[in-house]
Design a protein around this ligand. Structure first.
Ligand code: HEM
Length: 403
């Protein structure tokens, strides 16, 4: 733990697993990761606290249930993934970064409840451009330049997206619900509309909540997808004797978990102390302090993950009580609601692969390896130099044949 005073505020940085977990579970520590991202993030689930959070989460949890995940994982996602992949397999190559975003946007649009009635590439490109704007809005704290102007652009994008995508999606769902149709889609928007009386949310809050689900589901899963494939291509090159491991979905799921451990979607969690807090380790946090949870350090703790904690090892075993993905899905009240959907359920020695949930990232990685993904010897991947985060700008791969 380190404490630093900047101006008037105290910043407490937590870098042990125990402190981090304790902090995530404290009711006196409030979310503050999106403090400057209100244009998209004001009053969305991850930014609510106390009873407001509990009531919204209780309603939305009704969609994030095992039977719904099974339907997505077994029926809906494999088909959407195959359709998205088909033109690239026919062409024999794709940029993995582009594919990751397209694929996960398709899957996130399904779970958020955003229809694309045209079904054209141009329509998907417009939805993608909106989502990228929403991501900029959520992370305005890290933006350089005129933040007010950026916020205004994001607000405009929300209005335009609402007119083209959200309003018609709401209208269609209202009709289905009014007809008492038990076959209404299982998505976040339908869930919010079905429980509109209970939550009493104004339209602009529904707008932000669905926009948030779109970005929370798509961006995190897309980066996990690209990084898992990158890690695995390197790992297979180093382990020629295990060339067929990609046909084992339990192995692929461990690779996804290991990737997510090494690369949390945000390198830190952030909270603000509403009252003085004493963690079980004896660490004290004064009221008003900002708490920074250093996930990068926590997830690479050598006492938990071994001396090679910073390396990618899909065969790694972890101690009881520690998840293979560390704290990358957080813990406590804001623990990722989409965790099982994205990364499945953690397997046990007696897991039956026929009934197991592997997660949508695992499924997409498996379908890509089945399509013969391999490095393109003539075009190397390039890092994104516009951000300090470890993102790829471009990652060309070959598909089909020869694998
Ligand atoms: C690999 C993929 C993903 C990662 C690494 C991830 C990570 C996280 C983390 C760290 C948080 C907690 C943030 C905090 O407390 O500061 C979170 C919350 C959340 N995530 Fe995810 N997420 C992923 C996929 C998804 C998906 C697929 C969805 C939706 C379908 C989703 C929806 C949410 C929502 C709604 C919350 C807020 C929960 C609450 O505040 O109660 N996430 N996620």
């Amino acid at each position: 733990m380190t404490t630093a005073a900047t101006g008037e505020s105290v910043v407490v940085t937590l870098s042990t697993f125990a402190d981090a977990k304790d902090a995530y579970r404290s009711r006196d520590l409030r979310q503050s990761l999106y403090d400057e991202g209100e244009v998209v993030m004001a009053d969305v689930l991850v930014n609510l606290h106390g009873t407001e959070h509990r009531d919204r989460r209780r309603v939305e949890n009704r969609m994030f249930r095992r039977d719904v995940f099974e339907r997505y994982e077994r029926d809906l996602f494999p088909e959407v993934t195959a359709q998205t992949l088909a033109p690239y397999v026919a062409a024999g190559h794709v940029d993995l970064v582009h594919l990751g975003h397209e694929l996960m946007l398709n899957l996130a649009a399904l779970t958020a409840g955003i229809d694309r009635p045209e079904g054209t590439a141009a329509e998907t490109a417009r939805l993608h451009a909106h989502m990228m704007r929403f991501i900029e809005g959520a992370t305005l704290a890290h933006a350089t330049g005129d933040k007010a102007a950026k916020a205004a652009e994001v607000a405009r994008a929300l209005e335009e997206w609402d007119a083209e995508f959200l309003a018609p999606s709401i209208a269609r769902r209202r009709e289905i619900l009014a007809a008492g149709d038990a076959e209404a889609p299982r998505d976040v928007l339908t869930t919010l509309l079905r429980h509109a009386d209970e939550l009493d949310l104004p339209h602009h809050v529904v707008r932000r909540e669905v926009a948030f689900y779109l970005l929370a589901g798509a961006h995190t899963s897309a980066t996990a997808f690209v990084r898992t494939v990158d890690h695995l291509l390197g790992w297979f090159a180093d382990h020629p004797g295990r060339a067929h491991a990609h046909t084992d979905p339990l192995f692929l799921q461990r690779a996804v978990h290991e990737t997510v451990r090494l690369n949390p979607s945000s390198p830190v969690g952030r909270r603000r102390a509403l009252a003085p807090v004493a963690l079980r380790s004896g660490t004290t946090i004064p009221e008003g302090a900002t708490v920074v949870i250093d996930l990068q350090a926590v997830n690479r703790d050598t006492t938990l993950f071994g001396p090679d904690a910073a390396a990618f090892d899909p065969d790694r075993t972890v101690p009881a009580g520690v998840a293979p993905f560390g704290l990358s899905f957080a813990a406590g009240m804001h623990v990722c609601i989409g965790q099982d959907l994205a990364a499945g359920v953690v397997a046990r020695p007696d897991t039956d692969p026929d009934t197991h949930l592997f997660g949508l990232v695992t499924g997409a990685v498996g379908q890509l390896f089945a399509a013969g993904v391999r490095h393109d010897p003539e075009h190397s991947p390039e890092r994104d130099t516009t951000t300090a985060r470890p993102y790829w700008a471009t990652y060309p791969v070959l598909l089909g044949g020869g694998s």
